[in-house]
Design a protein around this ligand. Structure first.
Ligand SMILES: O=P(O)(O)OC[C@H]1O[C@@H](O)[C@H](O)[C@@H](O)[C@@H]1O
Length: 281
């Protein structure tokens, strides 16, 4: 799996023809193509100059989800809007991957003061013929325990949102952010989107499937992560976002695996890891 760096983007290709692109800004996966078809959504209005998190692909949410009253960090933390270091190609267990790291010492002082802990994040992206896996590792380099949230904020490209269904969420409890955080339970076998959706499904089984009409499906297999957020801004929120086209909500769905409903506690000197594998079916 060759990889090359150009203008702060890592271009990865697989012998099958599959490809991926990862921006060093946020270690954001901004393209994943299988059989010549783009599977991720990136807004045409996305800002890619490093002044704002990239609107699309797979931004990394860490160490907070949303905003927190007592933590002075931007929405969704700092991982998606900081330049990561490219470590290079890593060969592990007969697989080849590209790896990125982010340490507290790479943060500017404002962000570092907002979350004053010593840590090392490692992000490993592995491209297969029909799959991509993105795995986050974290080492607490402090002596004391710290707590964090994290999320792989995957934006899938959808040929038409009207045809999209998500399987595997039935009977799960969810927090409905559109209804002021009301706690509900999912009654549908297949979740569809026909209005603004912003839900945190809690304690989700590790396997979900997103179907894009008759065209194809993508399985989402997570490890080490408890929850799944489903998000589509729909009409009004789309208009309110400066880096998102007014009509682009027709062509995306975010299905985001993470641990966000509760804090994850990590003891001093300890390591943690969580990730996902997406596979075109
Ligand atoms: O605009 P941002 O900061 O990228 O956030 C996008 C969305 O991210 C989702 O994960 C949240 O559940 C939404 O509430 C939020 O609107």
């Amino acid at each position: 799996m060759p990889a090359e760096e150009k203008d702060k983007v890592i271009y990865v290709s697989h012998s099958s023809g599959a490809s991926a692109e990862i921006a060093l800004y946020g270690a954001t996966v901004t393209s994943w193509k299988v059989a010549g078809v783009e599977r991720l959504f990136v807004s045409e209005q996305a800002i890619r100059d490093g002044s704002k998190a990239i609107r699309g692909g797979i931004p990394l949410v860490f160490p907070i989800f949303g905003t927190k009253e007592n933590i002075q960090l931007p929405q969704h933390g700092f991982a998606r809007n900081t330049y990561w270091e490219y470590v290079g190609l890593i060969t592990d267990n007969d697989e080849t991957s590209v790896r990125f790291t982010l340490k507290d010492t790479q943060l500017d002082s404002k962000l570092r003061n907002g979350w004053p802990h010593s840590f090392r994040l490692t992000y490993t992206v592995t491209l297969g013929e029909k799959s991509i896996s993105t795995v986050l590792g974290l080492k607490n380099e402090d002596e004391d325990t710290f707590e964090f949230n994290t999320l792989l904020h995957t934006y899938f490209y959808a040929p038409n949102i009207a045809d999209v269904t998500v399987n595997g969420l039935k009977s799960l409890h969810f927090i409905d952010k559109v209804a002021n955080g009301a706690k509900e339970s999912e009654s549908r076998d297949q979740v569809t989107v026909a209005s603004e959706v912003d839900r945190i499904y809690c304690d989700v089984p590790d396997h979900l499937q997103v179907n894009f009409g008759k065209e194809y499906s993508i399985s989402v297999e997570k490890t080490g992560l408890k929850d799944t957020v489903v998000w589509n801004p729909w009409t009004d929120k789309a208009k309110a976002m400066g880096d998102f086209g007014d009509e682009e909500y027709h062509n995306m769905i975010c299905v985001e695996v993470g641990s966000v409903a509760d804090w994850v506690k990590l003891g001093g000197g300890k390591s943690w890891s969580g990730g996902q594998t997406l596979r075109v079916l």
